[in-house]
Design a protein around this ligand. Structure first.
Ligand code: ASP
Length: 340
């Protein structure tokens, strides 16, 4: 008998949904009942599993920072009792939740594996079975001191992931960091890639509803649009730019708006629209303009990690200068290139 214990927080998502007139919907009791008698639970490799179905099961498109806090508190309250944690979640915003949890769960020393599926458990060609069973094995039997996202034979660092495929089983990818584990006939965990075990005990920090926005540039982008956004008293802006972090340098109004906002304490982070690679604003004149306007680099962070990290830091006691400094270094392995 395996004496390891895994706590499952079932928040909703396709994995447990039921067909309805309006498409798939989550329903209380439906999935929990279906998996209660899963034969794999009796296997000697399987840790002991405690399933906790949330009272309000949601489609993850409805998730909010309050829900992230609820999940973090739930994990913290069971932390000493269990060896690992699995969060069952919808795929639509899974990369946001995995990123948010990675920042909120400070000094995490146990595995927290976020997973879900593209086809519900109840359907014949479901991918839920492997995603759930392998996540339980990873959470119970391996030392992974971080938030991971397991999907279709790969365990990724949560804050490195993006949902890249709306319908394929290989729905998630980690563009700028290798998978932490590959799952085939054997489970190959790349221990050398894992975060270090922290010295301190787990604590959580809330993410307050952020005054942060993501804005993507496009040819002909009107500076007035940025003006309107900046007039709504935001604290942070994730600017999705071209290539290595470039923006038009022939639009004086755009650059002036950015530089004024930055001078007034708005934290503007440059993220590339490219799927892979890193921001380097020194490469082109069109990047220099942003650098001079006080925009900081998001390096190779995903937009999901950038948004949640910025929101997390803005919810802390840090000053604007401290936040800018922390945005440009790795806190949980979310970025590769560090500021020189
Ligand atoms: N809309 C669903 C959700 O995110 C999609 C899924 O779980 O795959 O909850």
């Amino acid at each position: 008998m395996n004496h390891k214990k895994v706590y499952v927080a079932y928040t909703g998502g396709t994995i447990g949904m039921k067909p309805s007139d309006k498409g798939f919907i989550p329903e209380s009791g439906y999935f929990t009942e279906q998996i209660a008698s899963l034969p794999e639970f009796a296997s000697p490799d399987m840790p002991q599993v405690k399933m906790h179905e949330y009272e309000n099961l949601i489609d993850s498109s409805n998730i909010t920072p309050e829900d992230w806090y609820f999940i973090s508190q739930d994990i913290k309250s069971r932390y000493d009792e269990f060896d690992g944690f699995v969060v069952l979640h919808g795929t639509d915003t899974m990369a946001y939740t995995a990123s948010a949890l990675s920042f909120m769960l400070e000094d995490l020393s146990k595995p927290v594996i976020v997973t879900g599926s593209q086809i519900p458990w109840s359907q014949m060609r479901t991918d839920a079975r492997d995603n759930l069973i392998t996540s339980l094995l990873l959470a119970g039997n391996y030392d992974i001191p971080e938030v991971g996202l397991y999907f279709h034979n790969r365990l990724y660092r949560g804050n490195r992931t993006r949902k890249l495929n709306a319908s394929g089983f290989h729905a998630f990818q980690s563009p700028n960091f290798p998978a932490i584990a590959e799952v085939g006939t054997k489970i190959k965990l790349h221990e050398e890639l894992l975060l270090k075990d922290p010295a301190e005990r787990l604590k959580i920090q809330k993410i307050s509803p952020p005054k942060v926005i993501i804005l993507s540039l496009f040819p002909g982008f009107p500076a007035e649009l940025l003006e309107n956004v900046l007039s709504s008293s935001i604290q942070g802006l994730v600017l999705m730019t071209y290539g290595m972090g470039n923006a038009p340098c022939n639009d004086g109004k755009l650059l002036k708006l950015l530089s004024d906002a930055s001078a007034q304490g708005v934290i503007i982070v440059n993220c590339t629209q490219c799927y892979k690679g890193s921001v380097d604003m020194r490469g082109y004149e069109t990047g220099h303009g942003l650098l001079n306007a006080g925009v900081i680099s998001g390096f190779d962070m995903t937009p999901e990690a950038t948004l949640t990290k910025l929101s997390y830091l803005l919810s802390s006691e840090c000053t604007v200068e401290e936040i800018k400094q922390k945005m440009q270094i790795s806190l949980r392995g979310e970025l590769t290139t560090e500021i020189e």
